[in-house]
Structures are given as structure tokens and as C-alpha cells.
Ligand binder design. Structure first.
Ligand code: ADP
Ligand code: ZN
Length: 741
């Protein structure tokens, strides 16, 4: 009876009550989690976000497990420090914790570095503070100024907005807002501390699907309804209506009340996609990208953690949001190189998304018109399923792709557009249709050369030429961002008026177009000319609605967009991506050019693409022209198989870098000496990297190549762990490298 007597009271403790010990993983590059004591009477669960003392600091971490992280070397109970506080945030789901561990293991990162990617919004972990806002509440003030009027206009439709937003929209100082509060014109109100997230309505009907689409959509629906892990490659030509198909899988997941993640290579230009989603489901998804302001980031993170955000669309970092019940992942444009993160924890978001799906026992759909060789091989070996959409929607046909043999075109100096392309452009403008000129090079010219002495202007921090940006009158390094004024005289020999721009960038192409087609309205789109998502959305809208006739752009216009009036694509330098030739150069060039050609002829009018090339007989051009993707990819696959290259073998790169060249090369040699010696493992290097200087750091590389059966991550980690090297030297491990620079 005594027990029932005390059951509702506070538990009582004395010295004999055993101490509860847990280990807490901190978002720091430490070798393991640290042990802490749970204060008496505290309810602490696995996955809880807690504040703990570390030296003199307080650090926020996640309760990772019961007992000691390292039972053999555990800190004595008497010296154990207690957890300071449990934070008011939903606990990190078990599957997210397992994901962090797997990710760290696979990428050879410290677990804490992997954890940091899931909690890099510190403000989201703090208790929400009430947000203040203002509404129009009283009569206009006696004295009306322009600034005051603009504030009243901003709030005219009865909205309540935070002071900073009002000040920004009305272009006034915060003093103007405060003044209007004093006058009684504005009243302060409290906004809810958390963001309201409108729920997408899965019951709304989408487009009536074509027969092919319906078959694919039914298959995806069935996957979602069956539950469990599966990977499906949705392989369909550009304009086949793949988005419409996977939105059906999204609807099926929403019907189960679960969350959906849509990963896209770059979020900057997804405005069309967002609008489409909203039309389909009556509410927008939550977007996640690096341009989000802190407040928005914080609110989004919390809405995901609380399970209120149902659909997130984002770039690779969206994979690390704290989903409570993720039920489906879509990876759109799965072949895209932008999914590879090259700094910090080096990972491929597509591959890690597949890992996340398998840990969470949920379906994942990889979407592309030009699937990666990796995914193709996974389909062939039965690891992935596949669904095909071989035709464009409606009456649209795939564009006709032709090569323009530049050896036969007589181009004068500083001209990049061939007669053949000019003729085709004139015909297209005459029909009132649009042209896209594609050149994947920002700026005016990739190289500035001195005619007097031959000097080439190079970045002081990188093995790279400075790229001229004539709009801004500056030279810029595309690797480190270093920029300087365009000099008047040669920095080396001092000759005046001797510097010449070599080669074209999109800005220079703009000049040529101006001379050739002075009356044609045009727009230049590159990541440095269109700043921010809003500007990008506006540019895309203008193109889609036919307000410009000619678009000059880099790869940011090549992806995903639907421009009904666009019927001619001219690729200025189709050979560009084939230079330098890493193992994926041909595959990537094919994907990129297919993608950009696929922007044309997506509606009623037939499309055409002209590829300016000096190698019209190259297999990549052949495959684009004939449309025989599969034979081309079969050949690529055969070549990789013969050479034991991915996905048939594994690669791990070590990048050794530091400011002291001697230290770097010595570390590289020491690593080479300690390299694993086994029959199924080859070591290449060490050698200075092609980018032997980057951001002021010297770089050397080593490459480990092994059979698929070898655990390459474990091997690489053990290898690097054996070698001591100076603190100033960094050794980065890149598992499954995509860049060899
Ligand atoms: P993909 O992603 O395969 O390139 P999209 O999904 O963007 O193709 O579809 C191309 C265009 O066709 C879009 O404008 C889309 O709205 C439209 N579309 C797709 N499916 C249908 C359909 N079943 N009925 C009508 N229009 C459709
Ligand atoms: Zn540089």
C-alpha cells in the first residue's frame, strides 16, 4: 500500500539511487559522444535536444544513448557533469539519429560533423518568442508624409506585419513605424510564435493523365500504399509529364498523413514548380534553401520538427531537416552534379537520400530524362525499379538535334555564332518564336592576355585565370571569389592598351547578339546577373510569357523549365564540357546538352537544337543527334566496367591541403607510404591537384581505387588515421568523388 501512497508524489532520491548516465552527441568534429549525468527527477529521452557544459561553454547536443559512449574509458560517476537543460523542441527521431551515424560512417566524417548538418539553425532550438506585428487601427495622422503614406499603403488590406517587414516594404526607417504607433494610426498585435503552414489538399484533382502517365502514377501510388523501402527510377523524356506523375505519389503520401521531401538540384529557379504544386494541391510547399532569412529558416525547421510541414522542397541540405514522419522522397533531376556537396562533410545527396529512405523504410523516386550511369546500373542489377515515359505530353515532339560543324564555318575573330545558327535564329524570330543561346560560362571572357608579353592574369589565390566581368568592370576568380578592378596596363610588363579578352562568356555573347540582332528583345541569365529567387522567378515568368525573344544563358536556364514559345536552342560551344576529361565528362556533357536541347519545342510548335562543335563525330554528339541515348550509355557502361571505374569499382579521393607547400607534399608522401597494400586495391598518386592552389592553399591528391566488394570508406578512414600530420594540414576524404580538380 505504501507504493500507491507515494505514486502521485514527486519521486524521492538519496545517495543509493543509481545515477543515470547518457551520452550526448555534440555538433562538433569530435571523435565520439560525451557522457553526462541526468539530473535527478529530470525526464530525459533519447533524441532530446539538451544543453550541456563543455569546458566553460554551454553546447547544445542530442541525447544519443544510454550509458557511456565508451564503457572501457568511462569518466568516473563522481566527475560526471550533469545535463543543464532539456530544450523545448521535439526529440530527434530515431531514424534521423541512425541516418547521422550511417552518413558519418559512409563519408568518413566525424559523427558530430554529420549531426551539425541536422541542427545548423541554432535559433530554432530556442523557445519561441512572441513576434510583434502592427496593423492599421486608427485614423490617419494629422501630418501625412510620403513615408507615412507608404506605410499605410502597405497595411491597407488589413494585414498585420512585423515592423522590420513594414519598414522594408515601405522603404522607411523603423522610426516612421514607431511614430505612427504613437499617433494611434498603427496598433501593436502579437503574431503566433510558430508559423502557420497551410496544408496541401491531397483530395484535389490533378490533370487528367495520359495513358503512360496513368500507368506510372498507379505504380508509384502502389509503392506508397504498400509502404516499406523501394527505389524507383522514373525515366522519361523531357516534357513527358514526369512531375505530374510523381505529384500523384505525393498525394498518396499526404493521404497517409505523412511528410514528403522533394529534392531539387538548385532551388533558385523553381518558381514554376512551386506555382504548379500550389495549383495541384491548393497550398504551397515549404521551400528550403540558402537564401532563406533566419526567421524563415527557424520557423521552417520548427514546422518540420513538429510535423506540421507536410511537403518540403529544397536543395541537398533539406535532407537533414528533422522530419517526424517522412513517408516519401523524390529526387528530381537525379543525374545532376549539384547534388554533390564538396565542402565540409562531402556527400552525394541523391545517394544519401536513398540511404535515408532505406533506413526509414519508405519509397524514394529518382526522376530524370537522362539518368545517371549509377542509377541505370542499379536498375539493371535489380536494386532499383524503373518506370518509363517515352513520349512528350500531347502532340509535342522531341526536338530535332543537329550538329554545326565549326571546322566548316568561317568565323571571323571574336565571333562565336555561326552563319548556320544565325540563319536558324532569323527564321525563328520571323515566326514570332523564341531562341535560347546556351553557353555555360559566366562573365565576359574567361581569360585576359597581354598582347605585348603574353602574360595571363591569374588569381593570386588559385591556379585559375581571372574571368572578366565587363558589366561590373572587374576581374573575378570563379573558384575563390577574389576580384579586382580591370587593370589599364599589363600587371607584368606595364604595356598600356595591350590587354585583350580571350574567348567568350555570356556577356560577350550578348555583345555579339546586340550587333547581329539590334531589334530583338533579349535577356541574359546567369547566376551572377539574376540575384535571388524573386528576380529569378520574374525572369522565368518573362520568358514563359514570351516577353523576350532571345535568351542568353548558362546552365541555370537549362533545367526543368517549361517555355512554350521556345523553339530553337543554339549551343555555342558543345565541346566545352568534354575538355579536361574526368571519367564522367562524356556522360555529363550528354546530360547537360540533352537537358538544354529539351527546353525547345515543349508545346505545339516543333523544336530544334543546333550544337556548334569541332567534333561532330564524337560519340556524345552522335548520341544527341540520333537520339539513341541507350546505345551511348551502354558504351559508357562497358568502358567503365572494363576499367573497374564507378559504379563497377569504388573510388575514394584524399585531398591534402595547406598553406605550406612543403608540409602538404610531405603529408601526401607519408600517406602514400602508409597506403593499404592489398591485391584488390590500387593507389594512384600522390600528385599535385590540377587545381594545385585553391583559396591560398596548396593541394595534393591521392586516389584509392578498389572493387565494389571492398568497404572503401572503412579502408580510407583507417589509412588516414594511421598517419600523423601537422595541424595546419587538412586531409579531406571524398568517398565517390565527382570532381577530380
Ligand atoms: P517533365 O517533368 O517530364 O519534363 P512536366 O511534368 O514538366 O514534364 O510536363 C510538361 C508540361 O506538360 C507541363 O506544362 C505540364 O503542366 C503539362 N502536363 C503534364 N501532364 C499533363 C497532362 N496529363 N495533361 C495536360 N498537361 C500536362
Ligand atoms: Zn581564386
Amino acid at each position: 500500500m505504501a507504493a500507491s501512497h507515494t505514486s502521485n508524489a514527486e519521486p524521492e532520491f538519496d545517495e543509493t539511487t543509481p545515477l543515470r548516465r547518457v551520452h550526448v552527441l555534440l555538433p562538433l568534429p569530435l571523435a565520439s559522444a560525451y557522457d553526462y549525468a541526468v539530473p535527478m527527477g529530470e525526464h530525459i529521452n533519447l533524441g532530446d535536444f539538451v544543453s550541456v557544459p563543455l569546458g566553460r561553454r554551454a553546447v547544445i547536443g542530442v541525447v544519443w544513448g544510454e550509458g557511456s559512449a565508451d564503457p572501457d574509458n568511462a569518466v568516473a560517476a563522481s566527475r560526471l557533469r550533469p545535463i543543464a537543460e532539456r530544450l523545448d523542441v521535439p526529440a530527434m527521431a530515431e531514424v534521423t539519429r541512425r541516418f547521422v551515424e550511417w552518413l558519418a560512417d559512409y563519408t568518413c566524417a566525424a559523427p558530430g560533423a554529420a549531426l551539425r548538418m541536422t541542427m545548423n539553425v541554432p535559433a530554432a532550438l530556442e523557445a519561441p518568442r512572441p513576434r510583434l506585428a502592427f496593423i492599421l487601427a486608427g485614423p490617419a495622422p494629422a501630418r501625412i508624409t510620403g513615408a507615412r503614406q507608404r506605410v499605410m499603403d502597405v497595411l491597407a488590406d488589413g494585414m498585420s506585419l512585423p515592423g522590420a517587414t513594414i519598414a522594408e516594404l515601405a522603404a522607411v526607417s523603423s522610426g516612421v513605424v514607431r511614430g505612427l504607433v504613437k499617433q494611434g494610426t498603427l496598433r501593436e498585435v502579437q503574431l503566433p510564435a510558430e508559423m502557420a503552414v497551410p496544408e496541401p489538399d491531397w483530395q484535389q484533382q490533378g490533370e487528367t493523365l495520359s495513358e503512360d502517365q496513368a500507368v506510372a502514377a498507379d505504380a508509384l501510388r502502389a509503392r506508397v500504399e504498400a509502404g516499406g523501402y523501394s527505389t524507383t527510377l522514373l525515366d522519361g523524356v523531357t516534357g513527358a509529364g514526369k512531375t505530374e506523375v510523381y505529384l500523384e505519389a505525393v498525394a498518396a503520401t499526404l493521404a497517409q498523413g505523412r511528410q514528403v521531401l522533394v529534392l531539387v538540384p538548385e532551388i533558385g529557379l523553381t518558381a514554376q514548380w512551386l506555382a504548379r504544386f500550389e495549383t495541384r494541391f491548393g497550398a504551397p510547399p515549404l521551400a528550403w534553401h540558402s537564401d532563406l532569412g533566419t526567421a524563415r529558416r527557424r520557423l521552417t525547421w520548427r514546422a518540420v520538427a513538429q510535423g506540421r510541414a507536410k511537403v518540403v522542397v529544397g536543395a541537398r541540405s533539406a535532407l537533414f531537416l528533422p522530419y517526424t514522419d517522412l513517408g516519401l522522397i523524390i529526387v528530381d533531376e537525379e543525374h545532376d552534379g549539384a547534388f554533390k556537396q564538396e565542402d565540409g562533410v562531402i556527400y552525394h545527396a541523391r545517394d544519401m537520400a536513398v540511404l535515408r529512405a532505406s533506413l526509414g523504410e519508405i519509397p524514394i523516386v529518382l526522376v530524370s530524362a537522362t539518368p545517371s550511369l549509377e542509377s541505370r546500373v542499379n536498375v539493371e542489377t535489380g536494386r532499383y525499379d524503373t518506370l518509363h515515359l517515352p513520349n512528350r505530353i500531347g502532340t509535342a515532339e522531341l526536338p530535332r538535334i543537329e550538329a554545326v560543324d565549326m571546322r566548316a564555318e568561317a568565323l571571323t575573330e571574336s565571333r562565336w555564332i555561326s552563319e548556320t545558327l544565325i540563319t536558324a535564329m532569323n527564321e525563328t524570330f520571323a515566326r514570332g518564336e523564341q531562341v535560347l543561346l546556351f553557353l555555360n560560362r559566366r562573365g565576359y571572357a574567361p581569360l585576359t592576355l597581354c598582347r605585348a608579353c603574353g602574360y595571363r592574369i591569374q588569381c593570386p589565390n588559385c591556379t585559375a585565370w581571372m574571368v572578366e566581368h565587363r558589366f561590373h568592370g572587374r576581374l573575378q576568380c570563379h573558384h575563390c571569389g577574389h576580384n579586382q578592378r580591370q587593370p589599364d596596363a599589363c600587371p607584368d610588363c606595364g604595356a598600356e592598351d595591350a590587354l585583350v579578352a580571350c574567348g567568350p562568356g555570356v556577356e560577350r555573347l550578348g555583345e555579339e547578339v546586340e550587333a547581329l540582332f539590334p531589334d530583338v528583345s533579349r535577356m541574359l541569365i546567369a547566376s551572377d546577373t539574376v540575384r535571388g529567387p524573386e528576380a529569378a522567378a520574374e525572369a522565368i515568368r518573362q520568358i514563359a510569357e514570351g516577353e523576350v525573344s532571345l535568351i542568353i544563358g548558362t546552365q541555370i536556364v537549362a533545367k526543368g523549365h517549361h517555355f512554350p514559345m521556345l523553339t530553337l536552342v543554339g549551343v555555342i560551344d558543345a565541346d566545352l564540357g568534354l575538355q579536361g576529361g574526368d571519367l564522367r565528362a562524356a556522360e555529363r556533357t550528354y546530360q547537360m546538352l540533352h537537358q538544354v536541347a529539351g527546353r525547345s519545342g515543349r508545346a505545339q510548335r516543333p523544336g530544334r537544337a543546333l550544337l556548334q562543335t569541332y567534333m561532330p563525330e564524337h560519340p556524345v554528339m552522335g548520341a544527341l543527334i540520333s537520339g539513341d541515348r541507350d546505345s551511348f550509355m551502354d558504351q559508357e557502361e562497358e568502358a567503365r566496367r572494363n576499367q573497374g571505374l564507378p559504379p563497377f569499382g569504388r573510388l575514394v579521393a584524399l585531398i591534402i591541403s595547406g598553406r605550406d607547400e612543403a608540409q602538404v607534399s610531405e603529408t601526401a608522401r607519408n600517406l602514400a607510404r602508409a597506403a593499404p597494400r592489398q591485391a584488390d586495391v590500387d593507389i594512384l598518386g600522390p600528385a599535385p591537384a590540377p587545381l594545385s592552389l585553391l583559396r591560398g592553399r596548396f593541394r595534393h591528391r591521392l586516389l584509392l581505387k578498389c572493387q565494389r566488394s571492398v568497404n572503401a570508406s572503412a579502408l580510407a578512414r583507417a589509412w588516414v588515421d594511421q598517419v600523423d600530420y601537422p595541424n595546419q594540414v587538412r586531409v579531406a576524404i571524398d568517398v565517390d568523388p565527382y570532381s577530380f580538380l
